[in-house]
Design a protein around this ligand. Sequence first.
Ligand SMILES: C[S@@+](CC[C@H](N)C(=O)[O-])C[C@H]1O[C@@H](n2cnc3c(N)ncnc32)[C@H](O)[C@@H]1O
Length: 340
Amino acid sequence: MMTLLPGPDSPTHAPVLVDEVCRLVTPGPRVVDGTLGMGGHAEALRARGATIMGVDIDPEALRASQERLGTQQITYLHGRWFDPPILDTITKYQPHMVLLDMGVSSWQIDADHRGFTFRPGVVLDMRMDRTDPRPTAAAWLSSASLEELSDVFRAYGDERRSRQLAREILRRRANKLFETSDDLVNAIRAVLGPRSGPSDFARLFQAVRIAVNDELEGLERGLPYLRDALAPSGILAVISYHSGEDRIVKHTFREWGKTCRCPAEWPVCRCEGRAFGLVDPRRPLLPTPEEIANNPRARSAKLRVFRKHDEGEGPVLGDGLVAPLFGGGDRSGGAPARRP
Ligand SMILES: C[S@@+](CC[C@H](N)C(=O)[O-])C[C@H]1O[C@@H](n2cnc3c(N)ncnc32)[C@H](O)[C@@H]1O
């Protein structure tokens, strides 16, 4: 088994879209890197004068980045960026930028003891923090219901035969509980056939990882807190690698960029028709072919950027004018209505 622990001399995780991220900030900002990893983005941002608060759920990643980057203009926090105490600390920090570079680093996948990989004989763990009492991937596969398994493979793994795969897992675990990568690979092969291969294993292992770590729920729940924590004119930048992650970021940013920010159930607009900010650029930033050639992990990356309005900024509709109320919470279009 390959055991790989990151250290100051280990090949650093090549940060994805790093120039694009650095170009977003003006010199000297306070930046929260909510997914510090090996600190590739943090290092580049610091070189541009940023002061960094680095957050990571993985103690091994934190230790490695701390050894690599030291303590100059950077502090470290252990936890999930969407945990309430961490959000509290971020809010007090009033960052000019928050960066999220979702998922796991290459070294985490390469380290057999972390149990993310489909290489043979690896004990399925997949928890981003191995001290976390939450169930490992093996425990989850051995106990989740048919519905739960099937939903995860369909929603997070885009698997057409998700129910068949869930049934196969239930059938196999009746004889022997799931333990290693081989158990999951063999179940996938049994359902998808002998032509299934690494791309199927990677896709379905990733689905299990997302479920084990509650990644999408946390993202959806936590984004509004990050937006509110930003200093006026602050930037929220998210790099995602999975269509489910990107969908959440895209829809959330789009909603925030609409003209009225009041909850749909409020009968009258009270925000005076101010959006929270702007999705800018409107389309995601993607890696160049050169970056993908140098770092294949970048191929599915999408960077989306939301710029919070300064106080008093934003598309104010005019004195006495409010955004119209539409059914289903969509208040983005049409002519402004006069305040009653
Ligand atoms: C893709 S890597 C980040 C790489 C980093 N940008 C760099 O340049 O080295 C993602 C990192 O985020 C961490 N992580 C994932 N989800 C997290 C969460 N909800 N809160 C905090 N850290 C998280 C993982 O442990 C991993 O170290």
